[in-house]
Design a protein around this ligand. Sequence first.
Ligand code: ZN
Length: 226
Amino acid sequence: MFVKKYILASATPFATPYYIFTGQFPGPVFMVVSGIHGNETGSIRAAQELVNMLMRRELSIQKGTLIIVPLVNIKAYRKRSRGVPDLNRTFPRKSNTTARHPLAAALFQLVQRYRPAWYLDLHEANGLSQRNAKRLGQTLIIQPGSRGVSIVRHIIKNINSSIANPAYRFNLRLRELPGSSRTATARIIGAKAVTVETCWSLEHALRVNYQKDIVCRFLKIAGLMS
Ligand SMILES: [Zn+2]
């Protein structure tokens, strides 16, 4: 595995690192982003831990290309705030439109350069979807009609069988959210784009583990990791 570190939005106040891990064998491009919202610390920590494990070779990919942007919105993270404006409403809504924020524009340029087959956007939300269907905590969200829906169902079934507390199990949500990075990547690149939402009232270490576990399950199914 080959590793290289780069800086996204390098000439702006939003400059933030990203990492490209290249496997020994050809395979799909898989992108993971976290910290589009600066207050979702479990998902940010999970992405940073995955980068650290890959750098130390405790984890490795065999095939394809893995791109990780572990902390998109550093300025919001410093204040532990969601971010103003909400970055996840500023991504392009159509292929002929542009992002409404320089950081979203830089991230989406990266998406357009590598055209990932898979795109995971790590987040956290209020509430438990098992207790309240309107809540997004403990859900995986994908575009209605996406080619990835059956794979997401399969992953949810498998992860849920490992979660003892029924209230903490994950649900699938089929949602289109114009301006979000998930919807932009699905609509414009045709990626199988998934938002991962853990519930931020759960213990921090547990949320971090759910996030890392879910990313690794996707990497295995996509063929990057054995
Ligand atoms: Zn979020």
